[in-house]
Design a protein around this ligand. Structure first.
Ligand SMILES: NC(=O)c1ccc[n+]([C@@H]2O[C@H](COP(=O)([O-])OP(=O)(O)OC[C@H]3O[C@@H](n4cnc5c(N)ncnc54)[C@H](O)[C@@H]3O)[C@@H](O)[C@H]2O)c1
Length: 227
């Protein structure tokens, strides 16, 4: 959800995705990288490539995430481990490598993409919600460690957003998300750009006083209990 609005604001971007289709994004200021965020080598390569291509690393957005909808009694160990590998191990690995590159500069910003599942849950998302709860606490802890180096760490708590994340379980994943969004106070799901703008804000100097926050951008879904 995060890359292009940052590019539009002048950032040079390393766009890492496991999908080889990411290569189509190649253009001046966007360097696609095919990689699995859960791999230590991919995190090292992403940060090294940023420094090599653009001279330094100022911003890290940990956006990649997956969901598997299964009740706990039906969930396999493989399901559980894969969700945690992508949704939180990848965040740790990329954050660690980014911190190592940012600390000598004395500034930087890390934005993690969370969810209302950082705080709330419903049946069939135990692993996802646990991984996003972990992301929230990782965000806060890293914020404490990073701020002395001038590095701000925050997260966005995204609500239902019309993306492809449910395509593996719905014939039309974006429409399913648009339907879920109707339960938000605002009465609709977000367009990806609406979340990306929050990410870009948290990454920017405009957010100079934002440290360790989980900024909810969920159309008000987390504000009230369902009737
Ligand atoms: N869409 C929503 O309603 C919603 C709500 C709350 C939070 N989020 C969060 O937003 C983030 C982005 O998700 P999205 O909705 O855009 O989903 P998406 O499936 O449309 O996009 C996720 C991208 O991550 C990539 N990816 C997945 N696993 C990867 C891996 N191991 N290595 C590298 N790339 C990988 C996918 O190829 C895909 O391009 C996720 O962290 C998700 O949990 C989404």
């Amino acid at each position: 959800m995060g890359g292009l609005p940052l590019h539009a604001r002048g950032a040079s971007v390393i766009a890492e995705d496991r999908d080889p289709g990411i290569s189509a994004l190649a253009r001046p200021g966007i360097f696609p990288l095919v990689g699995d965020v859960a791999e230590e080598g991919a995190a090292r390569l992403a940060v090294a490539t940023a420094v090599e291509q653009f001279g330094r690393l100022d911003i890290l957005v940990n956006n990649a995430g997956i969901i598997i909808n299964k009740l706990v009694v039906d969930m396999t160990l493989e399901d559980w481990d894969r969700i945690f590998a992508v949704n939180i191990r990848g965040v740790f690995l990329h954050s660690r490598e980014a911190m190592r590159a940012m600390i000598p500069n004395g500034n930087g910003a890390i934005v993690n993409v969370g969810s209302y599942a950082c705080f709330q849950t419903f049946p069939s998302i135990a692993a996802y919600a646990a991984s996003k709860g972990a992301l929230a606490q990782f965000t806060r802890t890293l914020a404490v460690e990073a701020i002395d180096h001038g590095i701000r760490v925050n997260a966005v708590g995204a609500g239902d957003t019309v993306t492809n994340i449910l395509n593996h379980i719905h014939a039309d994943g974006p429409s399913a998300l648009a339907d879920y969004g109707k339960h938000a106070l605002i009465g609709r799901a977000a367009q990806p750009e609406e979340i990306a703008k929050v990410i870009a804000f948290l990454a920017s100097d405009e957010a100079s006083f934002m440290v360790g926050s989980i900024t909810m951008a969920d159309g008000g879904k987390s504000v009230i209990l369902p009737a």
